[in-house]
Write a protein that binds this ligand. Structure first.
Ligand code: MN
Length: 441
């Protein structure tokens, strides 16, 4: 059974409680979700709840009561021990485990939430709860809040507003601690090795689905929880569908294969890597030309991901190289500035160049606030993933050249996971090779 490093979670709770400054936070965990009939999707804990508790069971709720004295601030409501239920569904920590192993100041059965919650949050001027995300308990929280509002108008006590926990947790989660960076290294290393294994096995495989099997089998083999998100295994023209997950087409030797996949560790840290490789071992002239543009955009973009830069710069740097390259091969015409200004590249490159990566694959944290760009800092981890997707799904913008058939069906993305540092960023996914000389065979 996995018991996470207790100190890590204690430290996080301390920082969170300090940030709350007198408020009472209600942070629900995830519930099981029905797949069909009596079967559920694999359990996936809610990331904020996990980040603060390390508790990996469904139907739990954590309270953080910064208005209470030390020793009464961290309360867990959990599913109680129940022999019959545990025989069917597995071990539970119960109330005692929640206090002993997960360091709750006090644990209760989840059944008691409605009765006990008002007492716990009394005395706090503000509540912290994410509205719209937890339908099972939202009514309980809002009923209590509404009673408190009434009380407040008569007696001057009780909560008078509800704030989002994201205000406090997003900025904590955006900067990764040393502990988290190590966990991310492991998730990303396993993910990178899986991509290497795919390339080495591809000659013996004939369908996208078999590649998915290699990836996800490797994740489990290495002790990960499984894929961090639905693996994208897209050969040929399928690669032009950004979130293609059918993964059931035959592999043709002359095509490219785009694989966007990463694992999630037992404690939910994720890798997110994309590689595009020639199925038959050699790029065609056109495939190579497009690959070189994307690779060059990606490397230039990665080198701009340093302390003090920002995610828009990382995107714009990649975009400029892509546009220049597409002009060179005749798929765009005109001035680079105008093409960018008018977005007349969008039929070939239609997404941003990256995102934060952590407990969520698209991790929390602002990229910009209005006109203000959030500067990159040591300890942030982001993906850098430019691409070019050539198909006739999106019509060519006015003034741009029609696309010659020889280019169609080429979809290329190259994605690495990058740790921001002062001088040069560290590519955590470097074990997955991407140079043409390394991936041709
Ligand atoms: Mn990504």
């Amino acid at each position: 059974m996995f018991i996470p490093n207790k100190k890590v979670f204690e430290d996080r709770r301390e920082i969170f409680l300090k940030k709350l400054g007198g408020k009472a936070a209600i942070i629900p965990g995830a519930n099981l979700v029905k797949h069909h009939a009596d079967c559920e999707y694999p359990f996936r804990q809610e990331s904020n709840f996990w980040y603060l508790t390390g508790f990996d069971e469904p139907d739990a709720i954590a309270l953080f009561l910064s208005h209470k004295p030390k020793g009464e601030r961290f309360i867990l409501f959990v599913a109680p021990k129940d022999v019959t239920s545990e025989v069917w569904h597995g071990f539970r920590w119960g109330l005692e485990g929640a206090e002993k192993e997960f360091k709750a100041d006090k644990a209760h059965s989840i059944q008691e939430l409605q009765d006990l919650l008002p007492g716990y949050i009394n005395g706090s001027d503000e509540l912290v709860f994410s509205i719209g995300k937890h339908p099972l308990i939202e009514k309980i929280v809002l009923d209590i809040f509404s009673q408190q509002l009434e009380k407040r108008s008569r007696l001057g006590i009780g909560a008078n507003s509800i704030k989002s926990p994201e205000i406090y947790l997003n900025e904590m989660r955006l900067i990764k601690s040393e502990f988290e960076i190590e966990r991310m290294r492991e998730a990303i290393q396993i993910s990178a090795e899986a991509h290497e294994l795919v390339r080495k096995s591809i000659s013996f495989k004939s369908n996208e689905r078999q590649i998915q099997g290699i990836l996800e089998g490797f994740f489990l083999e290495k002790g990960a929880r499984g894929p961090a998100y639905n693996s994208i295994v897209a050969s040929g023209d399928n690669a032009c569908i950004l979130h293609y997950t059918q993964n059931n087409s035959p592999l043709n030797k002359g095509d490219l294969l785009l694989v966007d996949a990463g694992c999630s560790l037992i404690d939910y840290y994720n890798g997110d890597i994309t590689r595009t490789i020639p199925i038959g071992g050699k790029f065609s002239e056109e495939q190579k030309a497009v690959y070189e543009i994307v690779l060059s955009a990606q490397k230039t973009s990665i080198s701009s991901a340093v302390t003090g830069s920002n995610s828009s710069t990382v995107h714009n740097v990649a975009l400029r190289v892509l546009v220049e390259g597409l002009k060179e091969i005749g798929l765009l015409i005109g001035s680079t500035d105008e093409i960018i200004e008018n977005q007349s590249y969008r039929h070939l490159y239609m997404h941003r160049t990256g995102h934060w990566l952590g407990l969520d694959v698209h991790d929390v944290g602002a990229y910009r606030m209005g006109d203000y760009e959030v500067p990159l800092q040591n300890g942030m981890i982001l993906t850098v993933e430019p691409g070019i997707y050539i198909s006739d799904r999106i019509s060519v913008p006015k003034g741009q050249p029609e696309i010659d058939e020889k280019w169609k069906g080429i979809g290329i993305r190259i994605e690495d996971d990058v740790l921001v540092k002062d001088k040069s960023p560290e590519v955590l996914s470097a074990a997955a090779l991407k140079e043409i000389s390394d991936i041709e065979f």
